[in-house]
Design a binder for this molecule. Structure first.
Ligand code: HEC
Ligand code: HEC
Ligand code: HEC
Ligand code: HEC
Ligand code: HEC
Ligand code: HEC
Length: 268
């Protein structure tokens, strides 16, 4: 098992190095990116990952399963065979839609909302939030988001009760009534074919705004509390750092929403 792994890693290293040596277009940055040092680092990240435990190895992603050709820099295509729902949903949201349209990846430089200066050129793909080699989802759930997002709502999250609960937990238990990360609200867990998956469409729970109430908040809070929170703009801006002050007539509101939606659907 161990020697088979080393054989794979060694073969891949040789192939990767050979590829870069013979490629006439190799910029220095890429040549550097496959130094022995970096390969060792990648191997180490992978060793500690859920993938290694599940026998998903270098060739699972770096080799075309039919032609057996080496893929030096795989894309989301390499994940589809095992994570179809994640890839499909990612490509439908704001984060992934440009890739779906065969455009260059989304970067913070293209944004209208505030973004971190240091991240302006960071490209959005499966490797952005959870490194494809470590597939660490705890880092992905908050820290990764805050490496780009820089608006008050995002920055305030770390002061919230939700954040304190997550920090105390230190992991992403499932199911959980206690951990609320950026991802809990924006990349919610859902069921498809009796299997829980993470809906990677980051636009989904925003449109319409009350979708988040049903899909997310009501897993833990009552309906009234949830509506009163989510329609309180100030509370959204501070990322839910206090009890809601609004006292919406919830049922009336829900009815209004449903009427509006029915009307919209009738028009479509
Ligand atoms: C889960 C799929 C997956 C597994 C398993 C995997 N890789 Fe990768 N690897 C990728 C993806 C995707 C990229 C491209 C990341 C990006 O967009 O920069 C990549 C990038 C790389 C790169 C950098 C290429 C470049 O041009 O910067 C190297 C080197 C590499 N992988 C080596 C390995 C080795 C060695 C293993 C096994 C120990 C491995 N990978 C396991 C998916 C995987
Ligand atoms: C050959 C199948 C296979 C391929 C290809 C594959 N994965 Fe996985 N992946 C798995 C399995 C199996 C697990 C662990 C069980 C589960 O949660 O489904 C997993 C788990 C994960 C997790 C969760 C890790 C955790 O600690 O909870 C992430 C994130 C992930 N994969 C991302 C990717 C990405 C990104 C790619 C493509 C670059 C990819 N995978 C390619 C099979 C695969
Ligand atoms: C915007 C950040 C982000 C991007 C981009 C991203 N992911 Fe994720 N992904 C997450 C987070 C956060 C979680 C864990 C959420 C949770 O468990 O509550 C996760 C979880 C997963 C899981 C584990 C699902 C499970 O049921 O345990 C898989 C598989 C996965 N991602 C695959 C992918 C693939 C494939 C891509 C590219 C198409 C991708 N991710 C791109 C943030 C991201
Ligand atoms: C590589 C930088 C980057 C990372 C990492 C990132 N985002 Fe984004 N995100 C963006 C950009 C750029 C936009 C588009 C903003 C715009 O158009 O003004 C965006 C948009 C969004 C939107 C608005 C979607 C819409 O339809 O309007 C949400 C919500 C969001 N991101 C949540 C998250 C969450 C949650 C995470 C972490 C799990 C995350 N993002 C990680 C760059 C990033
Ligand atoms: C408890 C749920 C919840 C948590 C946790 C949460 N958000 Fe949000 N987020 C919302 C709601 C609700 C909105 C929509 C407000 C609206 O419709 O105007 C929103 C809106 C956004 C937007 C879109 C802003 C815009 O103007 O387009 C971004 C980006 C975003 N959140 C990022 C994040 C990030 C990053 C984190 C973590 C650091 C996070 N959110 C944590 C509920 C949450
Ligand atoms: C996984 C469970 C869970 C989810 C999902 C969740 N919350 Fe919470 N929320 C909690 C817990 C636990 C607390 C802290 C104890 C309490 O105040 O009930 C909390 C606290 C709050 C508070 C009070 C904060 C304070 O400082 O007093 C507000 C407001 C809130 N949540 C709104 C929301 C909204 C809106 C959503 C959906 C967008 C949501 N929550 C989703 C579990 C959750």
């Amino acid at each position: 098992m161990k020697s088979a792994l080393w054989l794979t890693v060694t073969c891949l290293s040789i192939l990767l190095l050979a590829f870069y040596v013979i490629s006439p277009f190799t910029p220095n940055a890429i040549a550097d990116s496959v130094s022995q040092e970096q390969l060792a680092e990648i191997e180490q990240l992978w060793q500690g990952s859920t993938h290694a435990l599940a026998d998903i190895n270098c060739s699972s992603c770096h080799q075309n399963q039919e032609s057996k050709a080496l893929i030096v820099k795989p894309t989301q295509e390499s994940c589809v065979s095992c994570h179809e729902a994640e890839v499909e949903t990612f490509l439908l949201g704001k984060h992934g839609i440009r890739l779906n349209e065969k455009l260059s990846p989304l970067t913070p430089a293209m944004a209208n909302i505030p973004m971190k200066e240091s991240a302006l050129d960071k490209q959005m793909n499966c490797n952005t939030c959870h490194d494809v080699h470590s597939v660490n989802t705890v880092v992905a759930a908050v820290d990764s988001c805050l490496s780009c997002h820089n608006d008050p709502h995002s920055l305030n999250y770390e002061k919230s009760q939700h954040s304190k609960l997550f920090l105390a937990e230190g992991k992403l238990p499932r199911p959980s009534v206690e951990s609320v990360t950026c991802a809990t609200c924006h990349l919610p867990r859902e069921e498809r074919n009796e299997k829980v998956f993470v809906n990677h469409n980051n636009t989904y729970t925003l449109l319409p705004r009350d979708r988040m109430v049903k899909e997310v908040c009501m897993n833990c809070h009552g309906m009234e509390y949830s509506y009163n929170s989510i329609f309180d703009d100030e509370l959204v801006e501070t990322n839910f750092d206090r009890l809601p002050k609004l006292h919406l007539e919830t049922i009336k509101l829900v009815r209004q929403f449903e009427k509006r939606r029915e009307k919209q659907e009738a028009q479509d």
